[in-house]
Design a protein around this ligand. Sequence first.
Ligand code: ASP
Ligand code: MG
Length: 424
Amino acid sequence: MKIFKFGGASVNSAEAVRNAGSIIRREWQQELVVVFSAMGKTTNMLEEVVNAAWHKTGNTDLCISKVQQYHAQIINDLFPAHHIVHHLLEGFLLNLSVVAGNPSFGYDEFYDRVVSFGELISTAILSLWLDEQGLSNILLPAPSLLKTDNHFRGAAILWPQTCERIQTHVRTVLADNPGHFILTQGFIGSTTDGRPTTLGREGSDFTAAVLAYCLDAQEVIVWKDVDGLLNADPVYFDTTQLIPALSYRETIELAYYGAKILHPKTIKPLRNKNIPLRIRSFFHPELPGSVIHASEQSDTLIPFFILKKEQLLLSFSTRDFSFINEEKLKILFGVFSDQNIRINLMQNSAISFTVCINHPQHKLSTLLEVLGEDFEIRYNEGLELLTIRHFESVDLQTYVTGCRILLEQRSRRTLQIAYQRTCQ
Ligand code: ASP
Ligand code: MG
């Protein structure tokens, strides 16, 4: 059994869909489950729908029509004019309008209900198209396989229920349908009482790992627009190096710091069953790509660069000069946890505590309000956070000359700097 995962970029146009089809044709040799994300930037478009409907930041219908136009363009190229797929898309968009037109349930749950349409639409289209190309497949809805708790926008897998469902459904369907592979959605699941959930942005990698774990897969292959695992994001860094192999341990650290290799939750299930994951290029499927596996022998000391933009540095000081003790930290962490805020970097002094976080957008005012009574709060917006793993040989000046450094931290292997880019 193998698990393939195709992200949004690998199915962002009709041409890309054809390419994904040719990869499946080329590589499908044994039992196979294929996980697809939403097409291209659909999830971002759906976030705009959420914000328009919930925060009234725009016209919801207009935002939905962008989603419609984007998919219509792809299906017009892939299918004939009177194909059933056009009605299918219409149906999804009608449902989306109904869901978006009724902003309730709380923001996070509403968000999950809306954004999960991205994966539902992409897989409906892909399943039909692949089938017509002779790539016979059965579409199994991920919300009926992946059972989660109700932490909307970052739901946790309920492992026993999920594994039981995956094993039963996938095995039965494959046994009953020889010559077919299984196709499903990444990123989405549902609670035991059927409420739609998502696993966190870019969570499709994690879906692939969950399936691999429950099915004892031999290998996971993540098809990407790079030749394999790179030591820096080519969008931000001029020179990058391909890393042919890396251990689970090193990968989980890099993913945690924000490297866009994989969703950070992906590694644990794979590591627990010793299932290797390959990152391969959907442009050059003939290349071997990179493997992430248990062995630490091949781990390199080549520096890795991870850049996070849109960072917010928040400093909390006590108003009465009392220490930032464990009681105070408990208050702060309680609020971060309630608000689903992840800390990228933190530091404390006698009377202040500083965190660097992804800008929480509309949640900032809630934070200021909830914590403003106990603490004096200062913040800087628009920062970058650069993390360098194996930084010893790196000339830092190349990266931050002229920048205003606001926070810097070094551990044995890792250097992190939060700064304002005043230099360019
Ligand atoms: N479509 C979702 C996102 O863009 C999940 C994924 O791509 O992994 O975040
Ligand atoms: Mg994506």
